[in-house]
Design a protein around this ligand. Sequence first.
Ligand code: ADP
Ligand code: MG
Length: 397
Amino acid sequence: MRRTLRQLTGAELSGRRVLVRVDYNVPLAEGGVRDLTRIQASLPTLEYLIERDARPVLLSHLGRPGGSPDPNCSLEPVAEALAAASGRKVRFIGGPADSAAALEASHELRPGEILLLENTRFLRGETSNDEDLSRRLARLGELFVNDAFGTAHRAHASTVGVATRLKPAVAGLLIELELAALDRLRGEIERPFVVALGGAKIGDKIQLLEEFLGRADRILIGGAMANTFLRARGEAMGASLVEDDALATARANLDRAGQRIELPVDLVVSADREAGEDAHVVASSEVPPGTAALDIGPQTRERFRRAVLQARTFFWNGPMGLFEIEPFAVGTNALARAAAEATAGGAFTVVGGGDSASAIREAGLADAVSHVSTGGGAALEYLAHGSLPGIEALDEA
Ligand code: ADP
Ligand code: MG
């Protein structure tokens, strides 16, 4: 067990600058925040701090800018969305999070206000957990709260590096809540345990699949993840998104647990990713050259639905298709409805991942499942190993 924010006394918080690592890696559209899930999920910790006269200084990453500033990945629109969601004054510093200006702003922050610093992945040394960067970031607060569940599987400067240098270092309310739901999946579960995996971050997640093979009764695979598996099985996938680096692992997983893994039997393909004008259904062995598989087909939807309805325990990460474009959201929405139906029938259901959470929210079903996790890769890794680097680095309870 790790020490949590709620275990700190009022005196430890009052008047202090508290450096909080949040996960505001949110989807942006036309300069605005497209999904507020992660922003709203951070509010309980921020309110808890403000009510105790602490002054929150927030660090987050957004996207993969690769160690240098990229205006498309600025947190500025997030600052606006945070101000609206929290009703608090949010100060935003556009320069580097480890700059003298950022440090000064942390000291000038007044009670009741929140300071958000610019994207940590603009900084060289963030993803390599650089010592000097960690030390500079650690000066931004008198104590550290990690509430970035979605990033807790990364040993970066703003997650692990800071936690080892700035003490006390404790878990925030979101991380506490997330671990409670995931611990339930790690404990004695009711079977069948059905897992659905999709999305596009294949390399990251496929490694963890192996850990699931021992525990899950059925594994349903859709999204671009399925393209990689189908390719590994020998299908020609046309212009579909396939992660070549992950083919060997996919093959190994199929060899080990072929019967428990269910791949799509049909797919929605299109040569038009923007609008899906020519979207049509084909068998998964017959993806035409030049077209891409962008959603699961109707037969697969029905199979997956039945599998989910049989589950007593269900975990889902990763959309079943390119759900941001309406014609390719059908499979994802169908799975969301099946999850809601299973929950109504008494199953314990967890949906995790930035895009997955966004999808289930857009389908209006976030409250119809047992828990929506803000983490995808982090949730998978915690389910597989029972620990995450960003959590291990915090103080022991
Ligand atoms: P999460 O954020 O829930 O962990 P990922 O980030 O792994 O999920 O994947 C989400 C992304 O995967 C979405 O942007 C979605 O459009 C994309 N995606 C899913 N299926 C496909 C597909 N068949 N082809 C291209 N992109 C896909
Ligand atoms: Mg994602």
